[in-house]
Every structure is written in C-alpha cells, then in structure tokens.
Write a protein that binds this ligand. Structure first.
Ligand code: NAD
Length: 264
C-alpha cells in the first residue's frame, strides 16, 4: 500500500507535540503522499508544531483557537488563498477544566459545561461547515472521540457528554454533506498518554486496566490511530460515512474484566 493520499491536501488540527494523536495521523498521511497544513492553538504550541510541520515539508502553519470564530475564518481564508480547495480535515481537539475531570459528574459547573461543549463538540461543526465549502470534489472529515461517550468511564465526566454530542454531530454532518460526496467519520481511540489524556483523573490506572483487559492485551498508540485514519481519510473508505470506528484494542466489546485478572 503506497501513496494512497497522493495528490490530496489535508488540514490537521490538534497537534500540541509529538505525542499528539493528530501528529500520529499527520505522520501516517504524509508518508502516504498527502500535502498537509497544520493549525496550532497559540504561540507556545506554534513553536512546538513548527519543527514537526517542517519535518514533513509542510508549508502552511496557521493559528486557530476554536473559541474565537474569527481565527477559524481566518485560517480557512488562508487555506483557500493557498490551495483553492481541500480534500480532508482532521479535528483532534478537546478541552475541559481538569478540576472537573475527577470526582462526580454531577458537580460539573455551568461555565465548564459550556466551554467543554464549544471546544470539544461544537468546534467540529464550525470547522466542518468551512471545510465543506472548500471540498468541491468531495472529501473526508475525521474527528477523535472516546468510549466515555456511551459508557460511563470514571472521571471522564463532562468530556463524555461532549463526546456524545460530537458523535451525534458526526452523524448529522454525514447526512448534511453526503449528497456532496463529503464523508464524515470519527475514530474512538483507547487511552493514549498525551497532554490532554494526562488531564483525566487516575489516567494511569485507566491505562493499566485497559492494558490488562482489552482483547489485544495492550493499549493503542498514535501509530495505530494513524493507520486507521489513513483508511477513513482516503478513497479506501469511499462507501463509509457517519461511523464511529474503534481503535482501542477491542476494549469496547468487553463487558467485564478478563478472567485471568479476576482469578488473580
Ligand atoms: P493533545 O493534548 O495532544 O491534543 C489536544 C489538542 O486540542 C491540542 O493540540 C490543543 O491545542 C487542542 N485544543 C484545545 N483547546 C483548543 C482550542 N480552544 N482551540 C484550538 N485547539 C485547541 O491530546 P490528544 O489526546 O492527542 O487529543 C486529541 C483528541 O483525541 C481530543 O479530541 C481527545 O479528546 C481525543 N482522544 C484522546 C484520547 C487519549 O487517550 N489521549 C483517547 C480518545 C480520544
């Protein structure tokens, strides 16, 4: 399998550093011939993203904070000026106050509920609308979610509610844009050690639990997610839209800890 994204231009949103899931996807996409643009949230992240973008020959590095719609518009304006069109977009953005990613979900504040929903769920809709305007020949949109959207995961709290909204958005956007041959999907990744992942209470314990109890008896890494993203971003998945595809070592199919663990 070679060059399955050759001739395609894609925007990658959500690289914070070389541990980011977005970076795993970007690296895989670049290796398959894609030309990439990157967005970054603020100058501090920009300084970290630049060498990564440089390392794969990317020339478009654009500021964008999804809490500020003007920066979203400005970013898409620059992409339009530089490329004229877009083939795919990867949205790997999420945020919630880490003080509320522990303890009871019931203690979520109104302010953090709203902020979490805007950054982690609504931003995908806002990005999708602008990206679709540049996808004259069809395209592929991909976001990142987590199984805490449909099942209760300790401490995931309001992020789980935001991911449920994000996954519903995937389905509605898939229906909106399907007639224009624009496909919209999500990858539901298992826990990965990233900046955002570290903000969730007891992250280490969750990580260890999944390692012991997922069918593959391991956690996934950003290369696992990158490889699956290639399928969803490329024509390999030309008939697939509105899906949430699990890349979690099979953890989502389990209903109890594995027997080896229980018998210990
Ligand atoms: P990360 O910290 O590397 O990436 C999160 C990104 O979100 C950062 O680049 C950050 O700049 C960006 N972001 C946050 N607020 C923003 C804003 N207002 N405007 C623009 N960008 C903003 O962590 P990650 O784990 O790679 O997260 C990427 C996505 O994957 C998130 O949606 C996360 O919920 C999801 N996810 C992560 C895991 C995991 O275990 N790490 C599992 C499943 C899903």
């Amino acid at each position: 399998m070679q060059d399955i994204l050759k001739g395609k231009r894609g925007l990658i949103m959500g690289v914070a550093n070389d541990h980011s899931i977005a970076w795993g996807i970007a690296r895989a996409a670049a290796a398959q011939g894609a030309e990439l643009a990157f967005s970054y949230q603020g100058e501090a992240f920009g300084r970290r993203v630049k060498p990564l973008a440089d390392s794969i020959g990317s020339k478009l590095l654009l500021p964008c904070d999804v809490e500020d719609t003007d920066t979203v518009d400005a970013m898409f304006g620059e992409i339009k000026d530089a490329w004229g069109g877009l083939d795919f977009v990867v949205h790997a953005i999420g945020f919630s106050d880490r003080n509320e990613l522990k303890g009871l979900y019931a203690d979520t504040t109104r302010a953090n509920f709203s902020r979490t929903m805007v950054i982690s769920a609504f931003s995908f809709t806002e990005v999708a609308k602008r990206a679709a305007d540049l996808m004259g020949d069809g395209g592929s949109m991909l976001t990142l979610t987590y199984g805490g959207s449909t099942r209760v995961m300790p401490n995931y709290n309001v992020m789980g509610v935001a991911k449920a909204a994000l996954e519903a958005s995937v389905r509605y956007l898939a229906a909106d844009y399907g007639p224009r041959n624009i496909r919209v999907n999500a990858i539901s990744a298992g826990p990965i050690r990233t900046l955002a992942g570290a903000g969730i209470g007891d992250a280490r314990a969750m990580f260890a639990y999944q390692k012991k109890n997922a069918p593959l008896r391991r956690t996934v890494d950003i290369d696992d997610v990158g490889k699956s993203a290639l399928y969803l971003l490329s024509d390999m998945s030309s008939g697939v839209t509105g899906e949430v595809h699990f890349v979690d070592s099979g953890f989502n199919i389990t209903s109890m800890p594995c027997l080896d663990e229980l018998k210990k």
